[in-house]
Design a binder for this molecule. Structure first.
Ligand SMILES: C[S@@+](CC[C@H](N)C(=O)[O-])C[C@H]1O[C@@H](n2cnc3c(N)ncnc32)[C@H](O)[C@@H]1O
Length: 335
């Protein structure tokens, strides 16, 4: 992890504690104390939503709490054994004391997190009866703050992308769901001959100050998209959507692009399902904010095999991947 990622983790470490507490409340550690269990059995015993529990355990695995085999067998580790009642050095009484000492508000929040794991619904659906982006649209001050927050997260990624990639061969570049345009604006500043286009929700593009050579278009990326002349890029979008939704978005992108053009996906590649707290926290954040819709993977970070499968199904050929200090890149060709 680079220092930026370390700081990001420190700011959001509570998410790890809250999901761990929710797992204690649902009996996850107790059911696994004797033996590893298939995920489906653990789901049955805990009364949880399979995809939500899977994404939660996949996130917590990065903190050494679980091991998930490729056949979806889940086991505890030397770290998480300290949360079982049987352990000679169990920390459960300490955890119980901490709960008792906390406020009723904390208890309510814990109930909500357990409900998330039982239902697969996001914290926004459970607490505010809205999907995250719908809630933002109805609260424009919060939406503007979100744009700025994303911009603060993007700055280091944009620097790394501009250092790691040469876009001079692209005559036209479209950024899909580009927020307030930090990435595409950076590319246009560096490459004076490139023309740009940015898609995002209408209210988001309405908040963008004009940027030279950039056309902004209000769209819903779940629906048919306007023409995408030349290459395209999409940063930190697919991880907030399930495989079904991500496939739908990539299909629309593919249908709007001409063959032989490139799609740059900037996201984290989750190659190993353990020991990367930054990826662990991102996984848990996506689960918290977007829930776990759909019958297959996501939302959350994906392995290269998961990206490859999505791309192939949408008519792209995987060309290369690149590790940048703050983000990874998957480059694909529209067939
Ligand atoms: C996590 S932010 C990322 C913004 C930018 N790509 C970045 O990396 O800084 C997600 C962006 O996707 C946009 N978005 C999400 N779902 C969308 C949809 N269905 N249609 C259009 N835009 C969408 C949001 O408005 C937001 O600007």
């Amino acid at each position: 992890m680079i220092p930026y990622q370390q700081m990001f983790c420190i700011l959001d470490y509570r998410i790890v504690s809250h999901f761990t507490e929710a797992c204690i409340g649902l009996g996850v550690f107790d059911y696994l104390a004797a033996d590893p269990l298939p995920l489906s059995e653990l789901v049955k015993r805990t009364g949880t939503h399979q995809r939500a529990l899977y994404r939660c355990l996949r996130g917590l695995a990065h903190f050494g709490l679980f091991v998930m085999e490729s056949d979806f067998t889940v086991s505890l580790t030397d770290v998480s054994r300290h949360l079982t009642l049987e352990s000679e050095f169990s920390l459960r009484s300490w955890q119980e004391f901490c709960q008792l000492a906390q406020s009723a508000q904390h208890q309510q929040r814990r109930d909500l997190w357990e409900q998330l794991l039982r239902t697969g619904k996001s914290i926004y659906q459970l607490g505010r009866d809205r999907l995250f982006y719908d809630y933002l649209r109805e609260h424009q001050e919060l939406a503007a703050a979100f744009d700025k927050g994303m911009e603060s997260m993007s700055r280091i990624e944009v620097r790394d992308i501009l250092q790691g990639f040469d876009f001079s061969a692209s005559e036209h570049l479209t950024e899909i769901a580009g927020g307030n345009g930090m990435l595409i604006a950076g590319v246009l500043r560096q490459y004076q001959d490139v023309q740009g286009q940015l898609f995002d929700f209408p209210d988001v593009v309405n908040r963008i100050e004009p940027i030279p050579r950039l056309k902004t278009v209000g769209v819903d990326i779940h629906r048919v998209l306007p023409n995408i002349p030349g290459d395209a890029m999409i940063k930190r979008i697919l991880h907030s959507y399930s495989d079904e939704q991500a496939h739908n978005i990539l299909n629309h992108v593919s249908n709007s692009m001409g063959s032989g053009n490139k799609l740059y996906i900037f996201e984290l590649i989750e190659d190993h399902l353990t020991n990367n707290p930054y990826i662990g926290i991102k996984n848990l954040q996506m689960l918290l904010v977007h829930g776990a819709p759909g019958g297959s993977g996501g939302p959350g970070e994906r392995t290269l095999a998961e990206f490859a499968s999505l791309l192939t199904r949408a008519g792209f050929e995987l060309l290369e991947t690149q590790r940048l200090p703050s983000i990874d890149a998957v480059v694909a060709l529209r067939r």
